[in-house]
Design a protein around this ligand. Structure first.
Ligand SMILES: Nc1ncnc2c1ncn2[C@@H]1O[C@H](COP(=O)(O)OP(=O)(O)OP(=O)(O)O)[C@@H](O)[C@H]1O
Ligand SMILES: [Mg+2]
Length: 263
C-alpha cells in the first residue's frame, strides 16, 4: 500500500446536515446528456475527489455545483438552499461562501497577480487596501508565489498561473474550495506542496475541498472520499474512500485506481 494513504484520515461521521446535497442531478448540453441521476452529499470538512475519464463531465459537474450552469433535472442544495435559485441576492450570498479555481486557472491579464487575488476582497469584503494587500501576499505565499505579487499573469508559467488562481480562490477564506485539476502542470515538489496545503486547510480551518484530479498519488494522499463518474454509463458508479474502492470497488474503478501502482 502506498504509505501516503495513511495521511488521509477516514471521513468522520457527518455532523449535522451535509454542506452540499446533490439530488437527482442530470447535466446536459441541449439534448446531449453528460451525466445523469447523480446523488451524493459533500460533507463539511472533507476532501472529496471527483474522478473519471477525460470528457466524462467533471468540470461540468463543478459548474453545476457552483451555480454557473443549470441542471437539466435535479438540484444542488448548499446548506439547504438551492444554488440555482431565482433569488439573485441569495445566490450571490451563497457563492461568496466558496472559492473556485477553474481548470484553466483563468486570471485577468490586465491586472497584476496581486490585484487578481485582491479582487474578490474588493468586491465582497470591507477590508481596507492595506489589509487586502497583506492578505493577498499571505495567500500567494501559501501557494509558493510570495515573490510574484507584482508580476503580470502572462509572464507566469502555466503551473504558476494555476497556483495564483488557487490563491485568489482562497482570498475570502471560503468554507468550501472547488479546485479543477489543481496539480496538472505542476512539478512533483509543487504538487506535493499543494497536497500539503489542502490538508492544512482541511485540518487547520475545517475547509471542505472538492478536487477534480487525475493524479492518483495526490488522490490517495489527500482525498477522504472519491466520486467516480463513468464516461460510458454516464452516471456515478462509486463513492467511497480511495482505499476501499481500490480494494473492492467496481472493476472499472479498481482498474482506474491501480494504474499508477503497476510496475
Ligand atoms: N459548452 C459546451 N457545449 C457543449 N458541450 C460541452 C460544453 N462544455 C463541455 N461539453 C462536453 O461535455 C462533456 C464533459 O466535458 P467536461 O469538460 O465536463 O469534461 P471533463 O471530465 O472535465 O474532462 P477533462 O478531464 O478533459 O477536463 C464533453 O463531452 C464535452 O465535449
Ligand atoms: Mg475538466
Amino acid at each position: 500500500m502506498d504509505d501516503t494513504t495513511a495521511s488521509a484520515t477516514a471521513p468522520s461521521e457527518p455532523q449535522g446536515p451535509p454542506q452540499v446535497q446533490v439530488e437527482g442531478l442530470t447535466m446536459a448540453f441541449g439534448s446531449k446528456v453528460i451525466q445523469r441521476d447523480l446523488d451524493f452529499d459533500i460533507r463539511r470538512g472533507e476532501v472529496l475527489a471527483i474522478v473519471g475519464a477525460s470528457g466524462c463531465g467533471k468540470s461540468t459537474l463543478l459548474r453545476h455545483l457552483i451555480g454557473l450552469q443549470a441542471p437539466a433535472a435535479g438540484r444542488v442544495r448548499y446548506g439547504g438552499d438551492d444554488i440555482h435559485t431565482d433569488d439573485a441576492e441569495l445566490q450571490a450570498r451563497l457563492r461568496r461562501r466558496f472559492g473556485v479555481a477553474f481548470q484553466s486557472g483563468a486570471l485577468w491579464s490586465s491586472m497584476t497577480v496581486g490585484e487578481n487575488v485582491m479582487l474578490p476582497m474588493e468586491m465582497f469584503s470591507k477590508a481596507e487596501a492595506p489589509e487586502r494587500e497583506e492578505k493577498a501576499r499571505a495567500k500567494l505565499a501559501l501557494v509558493g508565489l510570495g515573490d510574484q505579487f507584482d508580476a503580470e499573469p502572462p509572464a507566469l508559467s502555466g503551473g504558476m498561473r494555476k497556483r495564483a488562481a488557487i490563491a485568489r480562490a482562497l482570498a475570502l477564506e471560503p468554507e468550501l474550495l472547488y479546485l479543477d485539476e489543481p496539480s496538472a502542470g505542476l512539478d512533483p515538489l509543487a504538487a506535493a506542496q499543494l497536497d500539503e496545503l489542502m490538508l492544512q486547510l482541511r485540518d487547520g480551518q475545517g475547509t471542505t475541498v472538492v478536487l477534480v484530479s487525475h493524479e492518483l498519488h495526490s488522490i490517495f494522499a489527500v482525498a477522504d472520499r472519491l466520486l467516480f463518474l463513468d464516461a460510458d454509463d454516464k452516471t456515478m458508479t462509486a463513492l467511497d474512500t480511495p482505499q476501499a474502492l481500490l480494494d473492492h470497488g467496481p472493476d472499472k474503478v479498481r482498474r482506474f485506481l491501480s494504474r499508477g501502482q503497476q510496475p
